[in-house]
Design a protein around this ligand. Structure first.
Ligand code: GBH
Length: 455
């Protein structure tokens, strides 16, 4: 199987998110998001980095769009910063804030690039976190109201809408593990956040659907991977089941089937927590979507045993522990597992038949070494793209309905808790000068997309 077998009309694009590239955090009435606040917590971010300047994309937007055009890509997935558009998390639209995205959409269309809007890529207005954040049910309703402000402004020109990026990260990294904003470590709150994120997705989907001026594609993007059991031992198989349940099925089952997976509910009950579901919520959450976005980076292997052979921890809860597959790693220390991508796409195809998929993120950080001109000959990243695009082609050949591939990311950018130390860009950013220099991988994807279209 090879990349040249990807279907006609396959989308080729690139993705970014607002806080990771825009900078200009005080411009035009923007208020702080939870990420502005979290970046000021000592030790939260490597180097004490912040998104204050980032790639200065807010001011360099037209030339950044021109770069996408130079790469010959047809789709650009970006996110809208809630605190720009609705600075207090409620109330009317901020004209200056939405104005930026209005100009961005026009700029993309003028270059024949399809805009793909993500409404929420983790930058909750701080005022809403102060009121309780995603563990609070009201935040779901606030999100739907915000979504409609953006939809009313842009749906005359934008055909494809994503509600949330990776709700697992918002809920678990943000409220359970404290690794992402708002940095809370409160397990029951995280589980409440899971449900309220999904409810917000459903409410926004319903309202956008009702207001749609024409055929519009609405979906959600999840992060997902294959959870391999370390062996045939039922204890390891159970560990992999738990990991897959908490990471993937907890999000996709309610959206596709209108119910939470019974095994995951039982796992949560064992931990003493419960999803705060009210009557009617699951009908809202399962409002049909048109496209499911998949973000894939790597897969992992799971065992149900501790290193010294126990199957429960001190609290008597079952062990779910990752062990290395023994593959080479990227600069994130993530193992490179393209077959986990194929397996994931086929699993989703089997479990949720008929749902069109788009790869909304896939990419890698490596230790880029620029030459004297700032050029990076990133053969490692090219190899990652090749093997992962081949994994996509393999899944398609085996029946998966995958409509496109959006690489992460257009630019090197603010990699959340890792700050600027990790570079995922197709284009190198020199943060001193804000110079942009396409890497070898950018030219590789450009040529690939061009060849595919020209067949
Ligand atoms: C994406 O998150 C983000 O959407 C994007 O903003 C970010 O820049 C990009 O990836 C690169 O990181 O080992 O418990 O964390 C991906 C986040 C990281 C979530 C790997 C799932 C595996 C489980 N994913 N993680 S864990």
């Amino acid at each position: 199987m090879d990349i040249s077998s990807l279907p006609d009309g396959f989308r080729w694009g690139v993705a970014t998110s607002a806080y990771q590239i825009e900078g200009a955090v005080d411009a035009d009435g923007r208020t702080p998001s939870i990420w502005d606040t979290f970046c000021k917590v000592p030790g939260a971010i490597d180097n004490g980095d912040t998104g204050d300047v980032a790639c200065d994309h807010y001011r360099r937007m037209p030339s950044d769009v021109a770069l996408i055009k130079e790469l010959g890509l047809d789709t650009y997935r970006f996110s809208v910063a809630w605190p720009r558009v609705q600075p207090h998390g409620k109330g009317p639209v901020n004209p200056a804030g939405i104005g930026f995205y209005d100009r961005l959409v026009d700029e993309l269309l003028a270059h024949d690039i399809d805009p793909w809007v993500t409404l929420y890529h983790w930058d909750l207005p701080q005022e809403l976190e102060d009121a309780g954040g995603w563990p609070l049910r009201d935040t779901a309703y606030r999100f739907a109201d915000y979504a409609m402000l953006v939809f009313d402004a842009l749906s005359d020109r934008v055909d494809t809408w994503t509600t949330l990026n990776e709700p697992w990260c918002s809920a678990m990294l943000g409220y359970a593990y404290g690794a992402h904003a708002p940095g809370r470590r409160e397990y029951p709150a995280a589980i409440a956040a899971v449900h309220h994120l999904l409810l917000g997705h459903g409410l926004a989907t319903l309202r956008m659907r009702e207001a749609a001026p024409r055929k519009i594609d609405i979906g959600i993007t999840i992060n997902a991977a294959t959870a391999y059991p370390a062996s045939d031992d039922p204890v390891d198989i159970e560990a992999a089941r738990r990991a897959d349940g908490m990471g993937r099925r907890l999000y996709l089952d309610p959206i596709e089937f209108g119910r939470y997976p019974a095994d995951v509910i039982a796992d949560l009950a064992l931990e003493g927590v419960e999803l705060p579901v009210l009557q009617g919520d699951l009908a809202v959450i399962s409002t049909p979507i048109d496209v499911l976005g998949i973000n894939y980076y790597f897969s992992q292997k799971f065992t149900g045993y501790t290193e010294d052979g126990r199957t429960t921890d001190d609290a008597g809860l079952p062990i779910t522990r990752t062990i290395p597959l023994g593959k080479p790693c990227t600069a994130m220390n993530w193992e490179i597992v393209p077959e986990g991508f194929t397996d994931l796409l086929l699993t989703i195809t089997r479990e949720y038949p008929g749902l069109p998929l788009v790869i909304t993120e896939n990419g890698s950080a490596f230790h880029d070494v620029p030459d004297d001109h700032g050029y990076v000959n990133d053969q490692d990243r090219i190899a990652y793209f090749t093997t992962h695009l081949t994994a996509v082609a393999t899944a398609i050949a085996q029946g998966a309905d995958i409509r496109g591939y959006l690489a992460w990311s257009l630019l090197d950018n603010f990699e959340w808790s890792y700050g600027y130390t990790k570079r995922f860009g197709l284009i190198r950013v020199d943060y001193e000068t804000q110079a942009r220099i396409p890497k070898a991988s950018a030219l590789y994807l450009r040529d690939l997309a061009q060849r595919q279209r020209g067949r």
